[in-house]
Design a protein around this ligand. Structure first.
Ligand code: PLP
Length: 386
């Protein structure tokens, strides 16, 4: 049997620098509340630019939960959210007791169109919880216009959008809050981890307090060790010093990692454009810069029903794939049981969930791997057609 080259969907890029940084923390005595988290927050803010204020947390879901808590959104409120997203986007809304109102996606980008958002506004709507789908920036001009017109707050779920920009501004800095993920296959990793971002320093300060039990002073600000007051209800969503030390090296390497991702995406898109029956989701405007997290290829026509067979065959050839996202969120059992499900409202999200394949473009791969992926896909599609 011939040995096929393994092409994993994602693989964290960990070098000796990351290992040394984590070891340095472990050789010291400060494993939490320390200088690494503060440094990571400063350095991630510099990567985003434009006066970002950052709060490191334990995951993107934690950052989303904190965003809605901080905004005071709760029972009786509606938040407009995409049907095509990770369940965390909707779960964060549920956890504060509000109701997610799902909106379908644009077929070219996978993002919520501003007009569809506006059509979903009711007198209970308090916020828009948008997602930059696989790093393709939403139309932030159009969405902020809708938000301002109806007095809505905006939470940007940028879990896989590190490096995504709209008209030069990093995503996450348009609305009231931006949230990012450092889960292992993301653009940068801290193992698990996330960051809350805001343009406003006072918002970041308040969220930092909610992240750490709601206490009134950080560890370094306590004159009497162990003594503090608790003015508000908080949680423990802190990141550890080991994670932050790892993240600081990753942030320093972002340019190098992102360059490979960008080249890989362009090469793979170029190959796939020659294959009939495949639609590549991508930015549609020169004003937008994607993070190129992965390449989402939607199978069309007679191929749409063959997605799972094609995935199994690609995986048998050691080509890793994923699905972004496995189901429209309103079709997932929890949401279906709670709110009912009307499939006719989400035709695009349904077609992307049921007929797309997320292909790898990460920095663990080279441009030559893109040719291998494309020709394997072409072969499996032609087998599926016959
Ligand atoms: C859009 C979106 N939001 C949130 C998350 C959850 O991120 P985390 O695992 O850091 O909570 C993901 C994970 O892929 C995601 O894609």
């Amino acid at each position: 049997m011939s040995q096929k080259k393994e092409i994993p969907f994602g693989r964290p890029s960990i070098t000796g620098r990351e290992r040394q940084a984590v070891m340095r923390v472990l050789e010291g005595h400060v494993l939490t509340h320390g200088p690494e988290c503060a440094g990571f927050e400063r350095e991630f803010a510099a990567l985003m630019g434009e006066g970002a204020h950052c709060v490191s947390v334990s995951s993107c879901m934690a950052a989303l939960h904190l965003a809605y808590l901080h905004l005071g959104i709760g029972p009786g409120d509606e938040v407009i959210a995409p049907a095509l997203t990770h369940v965390a986007t909707a779960h964060a809304i549920e956890w504060v007791g509000a109701k997610p109102v799902f909106v379908d996606a644009d077929p070219k980008t996978g993002n919520m169109p501003p007009e569809a958002i506006e059509a979903a506004v009711t007198d209970k709507t308090k916020a828009i919880g948008l997602v930059h789908f696989v790093g393709i920036p939403c139309d932030m001009g159009g969405i902020m216009t809708v938000a301002e017109k109806h007095g809505l707050r905006v939470v940007e779920d940028c879990a896989i959008a590190i490096g995504s920009r709209f008209k030069g501004t990093h995503v996450g800095l348009f609305g009231d809050a931006g949230t990012f993920s450092f889960y292992p296959v993301k653009q940068l990793t801290t193992g698990e981890g996330g960051i809350f971002v805001s343009r406003y320093e006072n918002v970041a300060k308040e969220v930092a307090r909610l992240r750490a039990f709601g206490v009134d002073r950080a560890y370094s600000e306590r004159k009497i060790p162990g003594f503090y007051e608790v003015p508000v209800l908080g949680l423990n969503y802190r990141m550890s010093e080991m994670q932050a030390a790892l993240g600081r090296v990753q942030v320093a390497r972002f340019g190098e990692l992102q360059e490979k991702r960008t080249k890989n995406f362009a090469a793979l898109k170029g190959h796939l454009e020659k294959i009939e029956g495949v639609r590549v989701l991508d930015s549609q405007s020169p004003d937008t810069q994607s993070s190129y997290y992965c390449l989402s290829a939607v199978l069309e026509g007679e191929l749409a029903d063959k997605r799972n067979d094609v995935v199994i065959k690609l995986n048998e050839d050691a080509i890793g794939t994923s699905i972004y996202y496995p189901q429209p969120v309103p079709r997932m059992k929890y949401y279906r049981d709670k709110y009912g499900y009307d499939a006719s409202r989400y035709p695009v999200a349904t077609s992307v969930s049921d007929a797309s394949i997320a292909l790898p473009v990460g920095p663990h791969l080279d441009v030559s791997d893109m040719e291998i992926i494309a020709s394997a896909l072409e072969q499996k599609l032609s087998e599926a057609r016959s």
